[in-house]
Write a protein that binds this ligand. Structure first.
Ligand SMILES: Nc1ncnc2c1ncn2[C@@H]1O[C@H](COP(=O)(O)OP(=O)(O)O)[C@@H](O)[C@H]1O
Ligand SMILES: [Mg+2]
Length: 456
């Protein structure tokens, strides 16, 4: 019994051991395959991680490139817009329908309209004064050719400007439109006008000089002959008495006859007229010497007096009725020092002002026409005033008088260049100022101030 129990136990133990051994083997096998699976998984994980890291790197690189490109783009954009903004020209970008896409600093400055008030709006609404019709923009775009208008008159806030306008068509991948470029050429126009006028004055001056020389000789002969006539009629001269005695002529009676018949008076008149003609010729010669336009020691009072003399003759000649009643007052400050200036140019200015004044006085038909020229020394400045009681002018006119070609006179009476040239001579050549004060129907005063550059 015990044996069989023991045997059973051994058998059970053996079975258990066998089972255990098999289980262990299975377990070991499972463990191995688990390990293999784990390592496979780890391997895959590594590969994935590597791939992910690579993708991440690529993405980062791409992002970096994008960042660089964006900053480059921004830099370029800023660079371009600072170029556009630093340009003195007005640059306006528009769509084909005329809506504003660009508005540079020059546009802001000269129109007073801020960029944000312009962008997106129709150009015609933003800037109605601008003479760029929609048709001009459309034409430039459809023909793919720039279209230009030169020397266009442009009134803005009451100021007259001359501008060149060019519309450039713009064709890019996404965008069609146009760029409008506007250049203020007022100064160029002024200079052109002045050069033209200078040329005219020069040829006029040359003509005057030639004429003056031609007139001078016969005039001198007339005056000389007159003097001779007067001398030979003089009863006091011995040579006259000898000839009269031989003829039995009473010189004293002849003298009385000449007196009673006013022949002496006529001779005096002839002499006066001849001398005045000689004075005109001398003035003409002086005026025509305009090629010698250098700065030289100049006494303004003399220039002013010379200009008045010149104008007196001119007024007598061209406005005889006015010259009968016109009073020209001269009031010069004797403390005014000699200064460095171009006397010829300043005379040109004063003659322009005096001529305008005389014309305004004539037009106003005053009973007591008055023209006044005065100088004053206000250290370190010299001041010259030219006043008239002529027509005066409105504020609108006063604002434009220094613009070249601005004139209110009929053709033949005015070129509209006198004051623009005067302005140029005073401001550019002498670094001075010229201003006007005027009241309609009362009169006008021009005030010139010049810095006194002492000589030596
Ligand atoms: N003293 C003045 N009185 C009234 N108007 C004047 C006077 N001076 C100038 N003006 C105005 O200024 C304009 C321009 O003058 P200016 O440049 O000399 O040209 P112009 O005499 O040829 O017309 C004149 O047409 C006139 O309308
Ligand atoms: Mg004039």
């Amino acid at each position: 019994m015990l044996t069989s129990i023991l045997f059973l136990l051994v058998a059970l133990l053996t079975i258990t051991i066998v089972i255990l051994a098999r289980n262990r083997r299975r377990h070991k096998y499972a463990l191995t395959s688990l390990r293999e699976t784990l390592s496979l998984l780890e391997q895959r994980m590594r590969t994935r991680t590597d791939a992910w890291r690579h993708a991440n790197d690529t993405l980062e690189q791409a992002e970096q490139r994008h960042r660089t490109t964006t900053s480059l783009l921004n830099e370029t954009k800023e660079y371009l817009s600072s170029i556009i903004n630093s340009m003195p020209s007005i640059i306006i970008g528009v769509t084909p329908s005329g809506h504003v896409t660009h508005w540079n600093s020059a546009a802001e400055l000269s129109t007073g309209i801020r960029e944000k008030k312009a962008l997106g709006f129709r150009l015609q609404e933003v800037y109605p004064d601008l003479p760029v019709p929609a048709a001009m923009i459309e034409e430039a775009i459809s023909l793919s050719e720039p279209s230009t208008k030169e020397g266009v008159r442009l009134e803005h806030h009451g100021n007259l400007h001359y501008v060149d306008i060019t519309v450039y068509p713009l064709h890019s991948l996404e965008l069609t439109g146009a760029v409008i470029r506007i250049d203020d050429v007022t100064l160029r126009q002024k200079l052109d006008g002045m050069m033209l006028q200078n040329e005219k004055l020069k040829s006029l001056g040359e003509l005057a000089a030639g004429m003056a020389h031609e007139i001078n000789n016969p005039l001198a002969a007339i005056l000389q002959s007159l003097q001779n006539v007067e001398r030979r009629l003089n009863p006091e001269l011995a040579a006259n008495q000898v000839v009269a005695l031989a003829l039995g002529l009473d010189l004293k009676k002849l003298d009385t006859y000449l007196e009673n018949r006013e022949i002496k008076h006529f001779l005096d008149g002839m002499d006066n007229a001849g001398r005045r003609a000689a004075e005109i010729v001398r003035n003409m010669l002086e005026f025509s010497r305009s090629s010698t336009r250098q700065l030289e020691p100049t006494q303004l009072n003399d220039v002013a007096h010379g200009s008045v003399n010149f104008m007196r003759n001119a007024i007598e000649f061209s406005m005889p009725a006015l010259s009968q009643t016109l009073i020209i007052e001269e009031d010069y400050d004797s403390s005014l020092p000699v200064m460095s200036a171009s006397g010829v140019e300043l005379q040109q200015v004063l003659v322009n002002l005096l001529k305008n004044a005389a014309q305004a006085i004539q037009e106003a038909q005053r009973e007591a026409p008055l023209l006044r020229i005065s100088t004053r020394y206000i250290p370190p400045l010299a001041e010259i005033r030219v006043e008239d009681n002529g027509t005066g002018m409105s504020q609108g006119t006063s604002k434009q008088i220094f613009d070249p070609f601005f004139t209110t006179k009929v053709v033949g009476q005015g070129t509209g260049l006198g004051l623009s040239i005067s302005h140029f001579i005073i401001t550019q050549r002498h670094h001075g100022r010229i201003e006007v004060k005027s009241t309609p129907n009362k009169g006008t005063t021009f005030i010139i101030t010049l810095p006194i550059t002492q000589i030596g």
